[in-house]
Design a binder for this molecule. Structure first.
Ligand code: FES
Ligand SMILES: [Fe+2]
Length: 560
């Protein structure tokens, strides 16, 4: 075969990679120090497109399992890839990049000096789905400037900064996998259970840290343990029940057993039968077992972390968010009222954003404004911790009749003649040491604490890929509640949940946003409201400063 055109030189940018096809062969083209290189476009380990990966120090990192290959030689440098990449000879003819599929790289030709400027938009093939044009790392005025250059160039944040969010933040598989690694498995405290769900030794619940399944159990000494729900033998998710009480966990596949602290306790036929078979003589059960996570419990709420470096829980929340946490979990023993769970067709971060977006509240929610839970002009606060990772949306309920005529005009959701068949639904019995009748605390990265008058709930976010998450709700009251108070909490609980009078509209709005990004892709969103507050707490409801603060933190954690 002869030379064939693969791309125009102007489509390449220094330090970048693009994916093209030459005939039916997928090719990855790179430019390093002005020289163009070509490799096969698919990772030798699994069917992943290398052009969606990251280029760094002359290596390409596969986006799927992070195998590394040397770009010039195609050599596989790290597992799980063991087979080298094919390379191809490259030559430059004017603006044409030509490759020869029959000849391995050895004859690269230096590119013409006219490489694109750092800020020049790459071609469509050079950009990931949804990546924005322009916005070189050096133009950004935020902490992400220290991120590795290859990543910031590949997933370029809009040059305008935090007032724009690109779609790829919500739709890209590589970004999602990086979130699992850097955020859910990083130095964060993840909600896993309430202690009242496992009051006795041997009690357990299945839970998740990010998408990763874990078991939360109470051992005989009363201590709480969190470990991965993955058998040390063949990786089976060995704990099958949602909750229960056991003396040990036994994997259904080959009956390996684990104690309540997650230690491997028994291996059937470990020594074989009649002196034959079995595990190697030096096999030690103590060296095998599910990965155990660090655990913190505060006022009956249990958190787990993959990181030994994570700060103490109280420092993680910071004093202001901790104060709101302790206003709800005020020391009274908790009483479990029930669970529900449902799947939402949207990116997991949209739920955090929804609760850092006070702007939508009076515009979307008929129930909220008509019955006076939140109207423009109510005493309210959108509090963020200084790092931008946790937030508390708080407001004080007003009498619905006090809504001014002007405010009603602004709020189409307000329905003048709507009344409740059972007005007890809206009764608020003050019981908390707090000026707020409603607080919605978003604790990064997977927890929402709902205190809406007297209905109390945990919302546990379990991401399932970029386009979907599971929401696990745990409704609770206090052990000292009488029957009437429990009935009241359950009645008021109709506000929330999969079909709650308030919750249903948020669930729908999240789907609409994800649909918009998937069906008209490769764009960005505006989060410009309230420019007087760059990012952080705002006293105005007409503000997106809390969402900007969240992305300031997300970008620092993600190195983007
Ligand atoms: S996979 Fe669990 S015992 Fe074999
Ligand atoms: Fe809402």
């Amino acid at each position: 075969m002869a030379w064939q055109k693969a791309a125009a030189l102007s489509e390449l940018s220094e330090g970048g990679v693009i994916g093209v096809h030459v005939g039916a062969t997928p090719i990855a083209l790179y430019q390093l120090d002005g020289v163009v290189y070509a490799t096969h476009g698919i990772c030798t380990h699994a069917m992943a497109i290398l052009a969606d990966g990251f280029v760094e120090d002359g290596k390409i990192e596969c986006p799927l399992h992070q195998a590394l290959f040397d770009i010039k030689s195609g050599k596989a440098l790290s597992g799980p890839a063991t087979e080298d990449l094919r390379t191809f000879a490259v030559k430059i003819d004017g603006d044409d990049v030509l490759i020869d599929l029959d000849v391995a790289a050895a004859s690269e030709v230096t590119a013409a000096p006219a490489a694109p400027n750092a800020g020049t938009p790459a071609s469509d093939t050079a950009r990931p789905r949804g990546a924005s044009n322009g916005g070189a790392a050096s133009e950004m005025q935020d902490p992400a400037m220290s991120a590795p250059l290859s990543i910031t160039k590949h997933y370029a944040w809009p040059a305008e900064g935090l007032s724009r969010i690109p779609d790829w933040v919500y739709t890209d598989q590589t970004i999602y996998e990086r979130e699992v690694d850097k955020i859910f498995h990083g130095p964060t405290w993840n909600f896993v259970a309430l202690e009242c769900e496992l009051p006795k030794s041997g009690d357990f619940v299945r839970s998740n840290v990010g998408p990763t399944p874990v078991v939360v159990s109470r051992a005989n000494d009363g201590s709480i343990h969190v470990f991965e729900n993955r058998c040390a033998h063949r990786a089976a998710e060995f704990c099958r029940e949602l909750s229960g009480n056991v003396s040990e966990f036994v994997c259904p596949y080959h009956q390996w057993s684990y104690d309540l602290k997650g230690n491997l306790a028994g291996v059937p036929f470990c020594r074989g039968v009649a002196g034959k078979g079995g595990m190697p003589a030096d096999f030690e059960t103590a060296e095998h077992g599910p990965r155990r996570l660090k655990v913190a419990s505060h006022r009956g709420v249990v958190f787990a972390s993959y990181s030994d470096q994570v700060e103490p829980f109280a420092d993680y929340l910071g004093p202001e968010v901790l104060r709101e946490f302790e206003a709800t979990f005020d020391g009274r023993p908790l009483k479990l009222l029930g669970h529900y769970r449902h799947t939402l067709p949207g990116n997991w971060k949209l739920y955090h954003e929804n609760l850092r977006d006070p702007y939508h509240a009076t515009l979307l929610h008929t129930f909220l404004v008509t019955f006076g839970l939140l109207v423009a002009g109510n005493k309210s606060l959108m509090l963020m911790d200084p790092k931008g990772r946790h937030g508390v949306m708080a407001s004080a309920k007003s009498d619905g009749k006090s809504v001014t005529a002007d405010a009603k005009k602004e709020m189409r959701a307000y329905k003048e003649n709507m009344t409740l068949a059972d007005p007890r639904m809206m009764t608020f019995f003050p019981e908390f040491d707090s000026p707020w009748s409603v607080t919605m605390s978003t604790i990064w990265p997977n927890l929402i604490i709902q205190r809406e008058m007297n209905t109390l709930g945990i919302r546990h976010i379990v991401p399932n890929g970029p386009h979907e998450f599971i929401m696990k709700w745990t409704m609770f009251g206090f052990a000292g509640d009488d029957e009437e108070m429990t009935r009241h909490r359950l009645r008021q609980g109709n506000l929330m949940g999969p079909a709650g009078f308030l919750g249903i509209e948020d669930n729908e709005a999240i789907k609409f946003v994800q649909d918009g990004m998937q069906r008209v892709p490769d764009k960005e969103h505006l989060v410009m409201l309230d420019p007087a507050v760059a990012a952080g707490s705002s006293e105005s409801l007409i503000s997106e400063a809390a969402i900007r603060a969240m992305y300031q933190h997300w970008r620092a954690e993600m190195g983007l």
